[in-house]
Design a binder for this molecule. Sequence first.
Ligand SMILES: [Mg+2]
Length: 275
Amino acid sequence: MKTIIIHSQDLSLAQRLSLSLKGELEQRKKHFRIHTSNNFNLTHLRELNKVDLNLISETFNFSEVKLLVSDMDSTLITIETINEIAKVAGMSNEVTEITEQAMLGNLEFTESFKKRVSILNGVNISLFETVFDNHLQLSPGVPELIKSFKSLGIKSAIVSGGLVYFAERLKSQLGLDTFQANNVEINNNCLTGKVLGKVIDASEKANYIYELCELYQLETDQVIAIGDGANDLEMMKIAGISVAYRAKPVLEEKCDIVINYSGLDSVLNFFDYDS
Ligand SMILES: [Mg+2]
């Protein structure tokens, strides 16, 4: 017997799916569950019905989760901040193209980041504020997810291959516990095109989970990681549970939970909380 979560409140869709899977339908407060012994192809069902469907693991205990580690760009927020800086600065779409290739896993992250920062040489950092204030939007469901996690005693952290400025402000805005992101050199309020310190790439993101587990005295199994790009792959391998949010295929196929249609608060459907 398997249990599928339908991350939707559409009753007729739930009934149709349940019938096709010869399952037993269970209505929860904000989602449905189907209990079935039938065989099914989850990827196919998702695409066919344009709805988020996930299996409930028989071995993972969500009540043990004590730490959320999330990517920032295209995960907690809808934009890639470095692309927006380039756009606001009136630069070519070279930066956007490099970001896309890096997120797909076609380019090595550290080199791609250094290249993008070098292109931004001379950009005034006042544009960071412009991007944050005028272009940055939270992904749907983010405030609800963070608020609920807080009430469950789950700590939250951002780990970003983007810039400290954005991760720090977003951390404050959302009331998260901590963050890690990239430092860049600034001179006379302008980017010099140089990166300071080590770049937060895929393996550094994974290392950050180990660091936080040490700090908070947790096991990596107690971590839920959320991301969308190839540079989130390594941290997904060590987190207890991994979530691909509107993710690149290379990441999606490696994650436990896939969210492509609903908001990030759909993750709450796995927890015994207002679900
Ligand atoms: Mg991302």
